[in-house]
Design a protein around this ligand. Structure first.
Ligand code: 13P
Length: 332
């Protein structure tokens, strides 16, 4: 493990005023989004769409890294340029989703465990040769009357450790992504309680297992009321609860913290990040690693009019810019 390389990569990825763009939807998730918009669910259509995302002009002003799916890192543009080479030429770091999704965990309905440790080391050898400098592993937690259970949080933390150690042996920065789902009618206090407890479990497990904390990035959900809650959270409230939670439950020497958008409205995700950066100096870098909140306008435009790639790319870059502004508290 080269601690210097890991620290530098984590810092570069989260340095102001940029953030990470997640385009790592699995084939089935990508197909579901295509289906809703009437786009054919073929490998060629996914390639065509990802080409649009990878070749958008000037996106490198706002984006430090792209998280890709396995299919995508192997693909090329219509005229034969590898996506990985295009990203490298723009000095955008290449990330790779290495988890293989979730399955039910134990006997409590709603608990999920993430899979994907099989042959992870060999897979990372190959991704490293392709130029990957960081990876992502996502665990999900449903807020319900009995979930997430302590056993489920502990089991996912153990998997985060195994994943993070293998990544760091390869000098690849692991993004550790615990997503407390926004689905449900829970209030913001409940989300705080679950997020805080889960972060405590994760960081005590990572630290006691020898994971190098300055060489990881935490990708977390914000502390926010559930989508079905009667009282929705305002940006200032999300900022206050989220920052308190991160200050009290995440080590100060972490390589950086980024957010997923997790089904928030696009504008809401931007306003919430912006509100956090209005609250003064923070002990760590804090930025975005959005998927939907940056891609949505571009995907809708392209689905309606696939010929006009430039229009979709313009919307993509504008969304990246809005979030870049929010990452320094300057979004209006
Ligand atoms: P969303 O911003 O669409 O939640 O995607 C981010 C991500 O990487 C989820 O794993």
């Amino acid at each position: 493990m080269n601690k210097n390389t890991l620290t530098k990569t984590a810092k570069r990825l989260t340095a102001s005023p940029k953030g990470i763009l997640a385009i790592d939807e699995s084939t089935s998730t990508c197909n579901k989004r295509f289906e809703k918009l009437g786009v054919p669910t073929t490998e060629e259509k996914r390639r065509e769409y990802r080409e649009l995302l990878v070749t958008a002009k000037n996106i490198e002003k706002y984006i430090s890294g792209y998280i890709c799916f396995d299919e995508t890192v192997r693909q090329s543009t219509k005229d034969g340029k590898k996506f990985t080479e295009i990203l490298k030429s723009k000095k955008i770091d290449i990330g790779i989703k290495v988890d293989e999704g979730t399955k039910n965990f134990g006997s409590v309905l709603g608990d999920k465990i993430t899979e994907g440790l099989d042959k992870l080391s060999e897979r990372l050898d190959e991704y490293k040769k392709m130029g990957a400098t960081f990876a992502k592993w996502r665990a999900i937690y449903n807020i319900g009357s009995d979930t997430p259970s302590d056993e489920c949080m502990k089991a996912n933390a153990e998997s985060f450790v195994k994943y993070a150690l293998i990544c760091q042996e390869h000098d690849i920065v692991p993004i550790v992504e615990p997503e407390v789902l926004i689905d449900g009618d829970h209030d913001i206090e409940k989300c705080y309680e679950v997020t805080a407890k889960n972060l405590d479990i994760i960081f005590s497990t990572l630290k006691s297992s020898g994971v190098f904390i300055p060489g990881i990035i935490l990708k977390t959900s914000m502390v926010i009321a559930g989508k079905g809650a009667q009282r929705q959270s305002a940006p200032d409230e999300v900022a206050e609860f989220t920052l308190k939670c991160l200050r009290e439950h995440v080590p100060n020497d972490i390589g950086g913290i980024v957010f997923l958008s997790g089904g928030q409205d696009d504008e809401q995700a931007t306003l919430n990040l912006n509100a956090m950066h209005k609250k003064g100096k923070l002990p760590w870098s804090l930025t975005f690693s959005y998927g939907r909140a940056i891609q949505n306008p571009a995907l809708n435009s392209w689905a309606n009019n696939p010929i006009d790639v430039i229009a979709a790319q313009k919307l993509l870059v504008e969304a990246a810019k809005r979030n870049s502004l929010a990452s320094v508290g300057k979004y209006k």
